[in-house]
Write a protein of this length. Structure first.
Length: 240
C-alpha cells in the first residue's frame, strides 16, 4: 500500500532556480511534447503525484488525475499515469512535489515533455505502518498495518457501482488534520458495498482523485462530502 509523506511547507523547499538539467534524458522516441494554456479558472485541469525526497525514494512525477473538461484532457495528448519529464524546459528529476506544483502554477501556459506510464509504479520500498492515532468520523486511534511484499506501489483507476449498501468504505486523513496535512487514505473496506463487490480497493490505499477531481488539499469532511455526492458510478484514482 502506498504511504505518502506529509507535504513539506513551501518555505522549506529549495527554490525553483536550483540548478537542474535542462533536457530530458529519456529515449526521445517515446517523448511527447504537449503545450497547454490555462482555462478561464486558471487551471490546466490536471493534478500530479510524486517528486523528490519521499520515504519511497525519489519518485517520478506522474499525472495523477485529469479533469475531463480541462485543457489537459481536451488536448487528447495526456493520460493518467503519464510521467512528466520536464516543465517549460526544466526537468522534473530533482524537483520535490511542491516545486512541481509551483512550476505548473507559475505560468498561464506550459510546455510539457511526457512519456507514457505503464500502470505507473513509484520506486521504493513500502512502509509497514502509518503512524497511529489518525482520526475520522467513525473511529479513533487507528493503526493501519501493511504487509511489505517488496513490490513498488502502483497508480491505477478503479470503478465502483454504488448499490443499496453504498460505496462500502471509510476514509482517514485530510488537509488540516490534528496530525498535519495528510493525504486521503482508505481506512476500512466493509464486508458489503461497492468496494467489496469490486474487490480491488484495500485498506491503506491512497485516494488521489474522485471522478477526475483531485483530492489534493481536501479536508476530511470535504473528501467525505464529494464521495457522498457522487452518482451511481464512481471512478477513483488510487496509489496501491
Amino acid at each position: 500500500m502506498y504511504i505518502h509523506a506529509l507535504r513539506k511547507r513551501q518555505s522549506d523547499c529549495p527554490p525553483l532556480t536550483a540548478k537542474l538539467p535542462r533536457a530530458p534524458s529519456e529515449d526521445t522516441s517515446h517523448i511527447r511534447v504537449v503545450e497547454l494554456e490555462q482555462d478561464a479558472a486558471g487551471s490546466f485541469g490536471l493534478s500530479v503525484a510524486g517528486g523528490l525526497g519521499s520515504p519511497l525514494g525519489d519518485a517520478p512525477v506522474i499525472i495523477a488525475s485529469l479533469n475531463p473538461t480541462g485543457p489537459a484532457a481536451r488536448s487528447g495528448k495526456l493520460r493518467v499515469g503519464d510521467k512528466i519529464l520536464s516543465i517549460n524546459g526544466v526537468v522534473t528529476d530533482g524537483m520535490d512535489h511542491n516545486q512541481v506544483v509551483a512550476a505548473l502554477r507559475g505560468s498561464s501556459s506550459v510546455t510539457l515533455h511526457v512519456t507514457q506510464g505503464e500502470a505507473v509504479s513509484i520506486t521504493g520500498q513500502r512502509s509497514r505502518q502509518v503512524s497511529a492515532d489518525m482520526t475520522d468520523t467513525v473511529l479513533k486511534d487507528v493503526n493501519i498495518e501493511l504487509e511489505e511484499d517488496g513490490q513498488p506501489p502502483q497508480y491505477k483507476t478503479i470503478t465502483l457501482h454504488r448499490g443499496p449498501e453504498g460505496l462500502g468504505f471509510s476514509i482517514v486523513g485530510g488537509h488540516g488534520s490534528p496530525h498535519g496535512d495528510l493525504p486521503i487514505y482508505v481506512k476500512t473496506v466493509f464486508g458489503k458495498g461497492a468496494a467489496a463487490d469490486e474487490g480491488t480497493l484495500a485498506r491503506g490505499d491512497q485516494i488521489l482523485s474522485v471522478n477526475g477531481k483531485s483530492l489534493e488539499g481536501f479536508t476530511h469532511e470535504e473528501a467525505v462530502n464529494i464521495l457522498k455526492n457522487t452518482h451511481r458510478v464512481v471512478t477513483l484514482g488510487i496509489l496501491s
